[in-house]
Design a protein around this ligand. Structure first.
Ligand SMILES: [Zn+2]
Length: 463
């Protein structure tokens, strides 16, 4: 994610499946835990199963702001289950089935607890279908995170879910450590465009004044990167020079920005493919809506820009996230610097590529700010109540530059490609990054990472 505000040095912008991440309250016996194990967000996600696929049939009416849905969640049990939770905020559930049989269910806060008629055996695959409807209620200022999730707009919806807003529009295992593939079947009034992740499957079909858009994201995706942004949009599609399909869309208020948005998205996607490794997804894109969020979010395959036409630095940030955050996802929120440090560093690399300030100059400009508040906030330990602190971005990026100076350009850029390749479509941790950097450089880097990521003070100058 990135804020649409200029930072020092260069212009800047933005902004998380393999089961438990440790430390969560375990479920008792055969009851799946109500959280997946992230100590900073103990009720996020759930235990006892791993989601493989979400099949979401959704219908939205911008006039009444009513959403109705039928979500089928295909999962694999990682323990015997007599009951388990999905995350769901607001909305009214009318029916739940497990493998086609009606199941009992209950609500408590943002937990939907489901009790199937028969025990689900460990390792069994099962399908849960939840029918629900209502007016979505976005999350407001939970842990000082502002407003996010499903946000109604005059002509549709603006949907940005980092860190845990997917539950405002579909029942989910709402934590980045459980990634899954998605299919979206979204029905809206004729004339409204529905945009989700991945690629359109066929031409949208209109009947009785309603149009259904079918989108499929075939690569694993964290729940916070899912979107169903709807409204009036002008679109342009095609391919980048390197052959990656592009889908660009702008609210008519940004009519004049569409061609630049489309062209730059293709150019930047292609350039990052030479720096970070092959583009991980089947298409790239961009969406500009007229909702004045003041930030951008790296929704998988389709970064969204909330109420502004992005400059190329912001786009470089969001598109870098397709590698760092979207393909290689964090396992727990405290490691957010792995997303934002890389995406911010990408802005500096893009500036240098465009003939602006070099990454080294940007680094030195920030380092010279001896009184900056980032020195008291260790970026390697993002804090729940201040998750998107500037230190996670800027000092996170500085950590990468300090590392680059220490191990040299050749090893550094080989490390980045090895990192994106070895954790592609998966999850990773700071410890794994440090381990890989030490392995590839043959150096003990514990002092460097400790000083830059974990100490509440300005590190010593780099060579
Ligand atoms: Zn970001």
């Amino acid at each position: 994610m990135s804020l649409a505000l200029p930072l020092a040095g260069v212009s800047a912008a933005c902004s998380a499946s393999e089961g438990a991440v440790g430390g969560a309250a375990p479920g008792s016996g055969t009851q799946g835990a109500s959280g997946i194990g992230d100590p900073d967000f103990p009720e996020d996600g759930n235990g006892g199963y791993d989601v493989e696929h979400y099949g979401l049939k959704l219908s939205y009416d911008p006039g009444s702001r009513r959403l109705s849905g039928s979500a089928t969640v295909r999962a694999r049990a990682v323990q015997d289950l007599t009951a388990f939770d999905l995350d769901l905020h607001g909305l009214t559930v009318s029916q739940v089935t497990v493998d086609g049989a009606a199941a009992r269910f209950g609500r408590r806060d943002d937990e939907l607890t489901i009790s199937p008629v028969a025990r689900i055996a460990k390792n069994a695959r099962f399908d849960v279908t939840v029918d629900y409807a209502g007016v979505p209620d976005p999350i407001r200022n939970y842990a000082n995170l502002g407003t996010y999730g499903f946000i109604a707009t005059p002509d549709g919806s603006f949907v940005t879910c980092e860190p845990n807003g997917a539950k405002t529009w579909f029942p989910s295992n709402d934590h980045p450590s459980d990634k899954a593939t998605y299919a979206f079947e979204i029905t809206v009034p004729a004339g409204v465009t529905a945009i989700a992740n991945g690629e359109l499957a066929g031409t949208p079909v209109t009947s009785d004044g309603r149009t259904t858009f079918v989108w499929r994201e075939r690569h694993p995706m964290a729940s916070y990167l899912a979107t169903m942004t709807t409204g009036r949009f002008e679109t342009r599609t095609g391919e980048s020079a390197a052959g990656t399909p592009i889908y660009a869309a702008v609210d008519p208020a940004f009519h004049g920005s569409l061609d630049t948005l489309y062209t730059k998205t293709g150019q930047i996607t292609d350039y990052w493919s030479t720096v970070f490794g092959p583009y991980p997804f089947s298409s790239t894109g961009a969406v500009v809506d007229d909702y004045a969020a003041g930030y951008a979010l790296e929704n998988q395959t389709k970064p969204i820009y909330g109420g502004f036409a992005p400059d190329s630095g912001v786009m470089a940030h969001e598109l870098a996230h397709q590698w760092f955050g979207d393909s290689v996802s964090i396992t727990r929120w405290k490691d957010l610097w792995l997303n934002e440090g890389f995406a911010t560093y990408a802005e500096w690399l893009w500036s240098e590529h465009e003939g602006g300030s070099t990454a080294d100059t940007v680094f030195r400009n920030y380092y010279a700010k001896t009184a900056d508040s980032m020195w008291s906030y260790p970026p390697g330990r993002a804090q729940r109540a201040d998750l998107f602190n500037g230190s996670v971005y800027t000092r996170g990026a500085m950590t990468l530059h300090a590392l680059r100076r220490e191990i040299g350009d050749a090893t550094f850029f080989a490390l980045i490609k090895k990192w994106t390749a070895s954790h592609q479509y998966g999850n990773a941790t700071t410890e794994q990054f440090v381990g890989l950097a030490e392995q590839m450089s043959g150096k003990d880097l514990s002092g460097l990472f400790d000083a830059w990521l974990f100490q509440p003070r300005r590190p010593a100058a780099v060579a």
